[in-house]
Design a protein around this ligand. Structure first.
Ligand SMILES: C=C(O[C@@H]1C=C(C(=O)O)C=C[C@H]1O)C(=O)O
Length: 183
């Protein structure tokens, strides 16, 4: 699943804006989710109540990152990166789809491919000295998944030389299940 090298030539590219620029169009309910800087995994488990939380691994492989991903990570465009795509599901229903990209040169021996269906967040937030960049927001649909939703967000996590871009798209199904506004 993670051996092949493919270049990512998808033409659809989300338009990212600073969090503050999206605020006027965002309901207070969604702001609570989008602006939060702690673990989304923990928040989903909490909001899910009795529902069972599960990470479904959709894909992981070596790729050439998209241009916007390379720019967010501050790496030259053609460099190789490791990419993981997951659906974060409650009772089997995907609420969030996430795509994370780490430049190979910055992996520093971290074997993220061994995470499998364990949540990245449960590992990430245990790292000492973890830094998180400002959050950026998009109203574009996820470029790697057929389901749509109100908002996507992205930020870069750093721990020493290790860098990881995490992009999370919140789906309409989550809004339906939690009774959240459409935006
Ligand atoms: C970054 C976090 O991890 C979550 C889990 C992910 C995974 O397992 O690939 C991806 C994005 C996240 O929403 C988090 O919990 O905040």
């Amino acid at each position: 699943m993670h051996d092949g090298q493919t270049s990512d030539t998808s033409p659809s590219c989300p338009i990212w804006r600073p969090l503050a620029a999206a605020r006027p169009a965002m309901s207070p309910d969604w702001w609570q989710w989008i602006a939060s800087r702690d673990s989304l995994t923990a928040r989903l488990i909490d909001a899910g109540g009795e529902r069972a939380f599960r990470v479904r691994l959709l894909d992981q492989r070596l790729i050439r990152p998209r241009r916007d991903e390379a720019r967010a990570l501050g790496i030259p465009f053609p460099r190789h990166a490791w990419r993981r795509e997951v659906a974060l599901c409650l009772d089997g229903r995907p609420w969030v789809v996430a795509r994370s990209v780490a430049p190979l040169a910055r992996l520093r021996g971290q074997r993220l491919d061994r995470l499998g269906e364990r949540s990245l967040g449960s590992w990430l937030f245990r790292l000492p000295d973890l830094e998180r960049s400002p959050i950026e927001v998009t109203a574009s649909p996820p470029p790697f998944h057929p389901d749509g939703g109100p908002w996507g967000r992205r930020s870069v996590f750093r721990h020493g030389h290790f860098a990881l871009l995490v992009q999370e798209f919140f789906l309409d199904r989550m809004a339906d299940d939690l009774g959240l506004p459409s935006r």
